[in-house]
Design a binder for this molecule. Structure first.
Ligand SMILES: Cc1ncc(COP(=O)(O)O)c(C=O)c1O
Length: 377
């Protein structure tokens, strides 16, 4: 059987990792500043993570959600404390898209409304509802198109207010920082107004923190920079450092009923052990603080005094969620960084390089990247 070829692949096969370093099958060494789409939060093969997952695998890998699983409760307690949403409850699933599906379903159950408001250029995943609120017609099949979704431009408070004033919307869904679009932030003031409009119109505010969360921006969730609270927060990617998991953090205003949500694999023993280990490492190594510190280092080095260093046109983002828009003529910089200097980075469109490194990244590694840019530009 052949593979269904939906991915454009580099001709590189990493076979080993440690921290922010990867080695390919020929033994060539790479620096990983992308973490496989913001997934590697505590570094590749962190010894505490490896030990915790291995020990759990030797005890019990899986049983279904028909029995007690105290690891889920331990994870919920730890996560609640780490992110400041300890009065919320947690529903565990397997991916980011699935977390968003469940969040929108809950909002619809709660309000009895069918519509969801989303933002221009948003990305929320590829399953039915998640792709419907994603602003990319190329990845929506006719099956996914629905009149239940409307879209307004990000940061357009008037258009948002006009839509939500109809009180037809169960929820508004917004990324803490837009990732796939090329790192675009909702303004703090916009989020504050959005919170107020949601309260006034009975709309559920869903914060998709799947890429921007888990400490990456220097706060546990990016929207916390604006000082607001969401009704529902969705999370995945960095949550278990590569072990598939998703989480929905749900405000106490929602009442759970048996059978309302469910999944076979969600919250399984191995996934919980991996996610607990991630939170333990984040706490003991102060990784949220490190994300803020190294983020500042990158900003000062690549955008001194607010002026993007050549060959960048713009520096966007917060902490370790960084978008570097290159000037025309430098569209191949990302490829050169990989093939000539062996740095893994991400892309958004043709002209934005995305940096989403492990939160364990050191200043020394960040400086190596800055040096490579200077040499290539
Ligand atoms: C903001 C955001 N939401 C949702 C998703 C979907 O997550 P997953 O690929 O785990 O389904 C992504 C993935 O890139 C994302 O960046």
């Amino acid at each position: 059987m052949d593979l269904f070829k939906v991915y454009k692949l580099w001709d590189i096969e990493p076979v080993k990792g440690l921290g922010t370093t990867l080695w390919d099958k020929d033994g060539k060494e790479y620096t990983d500043l992308y973490g496989g789409h913001a997934v590697i939060s505590v570094g590749h093969c962190h010894p505490h993570y490896v030990k915790a997952v291995t020990e759990q695998l030797n005890r019990l890998g899986f049983y279904s959600n028909a029995v007690q699983n105290s690891l889920q409760k331990k994870l919920a307690d730890k996560l609640g404390k780490a992110c400041g949403y300890d009065d919320y409850s947690l529903f565990l699933c397997n991916s980011g898209a699935e977390a968003n599906e469940n969040a929108m379903k809950l909002a619809s159950f709660q309000t009895g409304r069918a519509k969801v408001l989303a933002f221009g250029k948003a990305f929320h995943g590829r399953t039915s509802g998640a792709v419907a609120v994603t602003d990319n017609p190329k990845i929506q099949a006719p099956f996914n198109s629905t009149s239940n979704v409307e879209r307004v431009p990000l940061n357009d408070i008037e258009a948002t207010e006009k839509a939500l004033a109809t009180k037809e919307f169960a929820a508004v869904i917004i990324e803490g920082i837009q990732g796939v679009s090329g790192i675009h932030e909702p303004q703090d003031g916009f989020l504050v107004s959005l919170r107020e409009i949601c309260d006034r119109t009975g709309t559920v505010l869903i914060l998709d923190e799947i890429q921007s969360g888990y400490g990456r921006t220097g706060q546990f969730f990016a929207h916390q920079h604006a000082g607001i609270r969401a009704d529902i927060v969705t999370t995945a990617k960095g949550m278990a450092n590569g072990f598939p998991i998703g989480g929905v953090l749900i405000s106490p205003a929602f009442r759970a009923e048996y059978g309302m949500l469910g999944t076979t694999f969600g919250g399984n023993h191995l996934a919980c052990a991996a996610a607990i280990a991630v939170l333990e490492i984040m706490e003991s190594e102060h990784l949220v603080e490190n994300a803020a510190r190294i983020g500042e280092y990158f900003r000062n080095a690549l955008c001194p005094g607010g002026n993007p260093m050549h060959p960048f046109k713009e520096y966007r983002g917060r902490g370790l969620m960084i978008g570097l828009e290159v000037k025309p003529g430098y569209e191949n910089l990302r490829e050169r960084l990989l093939l000539e200097r062996r740095f893994f980075t991400g892309a958004a469109g043709a002209n934005v390089i995305r940096l989403l490194p492990s939160l364990t990244i050191t200043e020394e590694t960040a400086a190596k990247f800055v040096g490579a840019i200077k040499e290539l530009a």
